[in-house]
Write a protein that binds this ligand. Structure first.
Ligand code: ZN
Length: 426
């Protein structure tokens, strides 16, 4: 890359040096599966050069001065012995909500299920009451605080769902906050319309009425205002059947929204089969998915978004089927499922559970929370890798190696976080 007579032609306004390793995740386009699911593309003794918010060079530090010319006034930061990773992409969150549900943990401990708490008007329905009543200002400030804490743990991009109002104006109120939240935090936020999170209070026995509302009014309006990249639905016993879910997602597809689905969290409801048929971009949760449906996901190229903290938070006995998915050739991604049911803002914590509960290897968990999570969130080729041309979203840990991240169970905060080349932490 050296220039002809005047030295290197590559210019940089930010030079990051001293890393013992950089996990670049460089690789062919597309979500990683099989062998590639465990490939971090490590550069040892690495340096990273950025210019105007974009990565322009990554390689062994000894080549840096030959290949990159700093602009005058370029910033330099050294992280001796540190580990650099792409910023985490959280592929499944419900950041937009009001209130909290800590009082329900005791009920779950005593054996009440998520579904029975919801059926008694608690759980999700309690959050719907509190979110409907909340002003946009309150929702904005609470969501901003959550996103800022996620950022402090290294999440630089996140998919964010609506779904706690379950009526047209309320869902619009939630989705309209996301562009403002992205500007306020600097994070990349991908909006998903989840009007099909549940049947609204009072409409539980009236499925056809709310389905028509979703398909004929809400989805077209969300599409018209360009408020969502994806459409999602909660396919579960007592919520949306496989057939109802497919109708909702096909309406979303017809309006230009990619499909996502909450599938097989508590029971085998056929959601993974719907995802494979459409095909959806991702099927999420998948705690109970049978082997034949896992095969169907692999064949259809649907990404499995695993949420390994959620079964712990729901006090359910299941665990994420990470190893099984990976061994069947499914591309696996990770999300926090941050919600009032599963209040986790730390992706390193998610990685710990993905390894110890889901039985992914530490390297697989890193691929799943960066490049694969990017593809699951519509950010493939945009986020999740440290390669020239990508936005300089980086997280740096003071750890002996990248694998320590999942090994140390999410108790190790980042040393630094960069958003488009701007250091936001410490
Ligand atoms: Zn969810």
């Amino acid at each position: 890359m050296a220039g002809g007579s005047g030295g290197p032609s590559l210019r940089a306004d930010l030079l990051l040096t001293g890393f013992s390793e950089a996990a670049t995740l460089a690789g062919p386009p597309g979500p990683r599966r099989g062998e590639a699911l465990g490939e971090l593309s490590i550069v040892e003794d690495a340096a990273i050069a950025c210019d105007r918010g974009t990565v322009v060079w990554v390689g062994p530090e000894r080549r840096l001065h030959r290949e990159v010319r700093p602009r005058s006034g370029a910033r330099r930061r050294s992280f001796p012995g540190g580990v650099a990773l792409p910023g985490f992409v959280d592929a499944h969150t419900h950041v937009l909500f009001a209130g909290s549900r800590e009082s329900e943990i005791g009920r779950k401990v005593r054996g009440e299920s998520y579904l029975s708490i919801a059926a008694s008007g608690g759980g999700l329905y309690r959050t719907v009451r509190e979110t409907r009543a909340a002003s946009p200002q309150l929702l904005f400030s609470e969501a901003r605080a959550r996103l800022t804490r996620m950022l402090s743990w290294g999440t630089t991009s996140a998919e964010v769902k609506s779904g706690y109002c379950l009526d047209l104006e309320g869902e619009l109120k939630l989705l309209r906050l996301l562009p403002r939240l992205a500007r306020a935090t600097g994070m990349t936020l991908v909006p998903t319309f989840l009007g099909g999170h549940a049947y609204p209070p009072g409409a539980e026995g009236e499925h056809e009425g709310y389905l028509r509302e979703l398909i004929d009014r809400m989805i077209p309006r969300v599409a018209e205002e360009r408020l969502a990249r994806f459409c999602d639905v909660f396919c579960e016993k007592g919520f949306f059947s496989a057939e109802e879910s497919e109708r909702v997602l096909r309406a979303g597809l017809a309006h230009g929204m990619g499909a996502k689905i909450h599938a097989d969290e508590f029971s085998v409801t056929g959601g993974a089969g719907v995802a494979a048929r459409l095909p959806a971009v991702s099927a999420d949760h998948l705690l109970e998915t049978p082997a034949s449906d896992r095969d169907a996901l692999a064949r259809a190229g649907v990404i499995a978004v695993l949420l390994p903290v959620t079964p712990m938070a729901s006090l359910a006995s299941s665990r994420s089927l990470g190893r099984e998915m990976a061994d069947q050739g499914v591309a696996v991604a990770l999300g926090s499922d941050l919600s009032p049911n599963s209040w986790v803002e730390s992706m390193p914590m998610v990685l710990g559970h993905a390894v110890h509960g889901g039985r992914l290897t530490p390297s697989e968990a890193i691929v799943a929370s960066t490049v694969n999570a990017a593809y699951a969130s519509g950010l493939g080729g945009v986020a999740g890798e440290i390669v020239p041309g990508r936005r300089a979203d980086l997280v740096i840990f003071d750890l002996p190696g990248a694998e320590h991240l999942a090994y140390r169970w999410g108790t190790y905060p980042p040393k630094a976080v960069f958003l488009a080349g701007r250091e936001v932490l410490p």
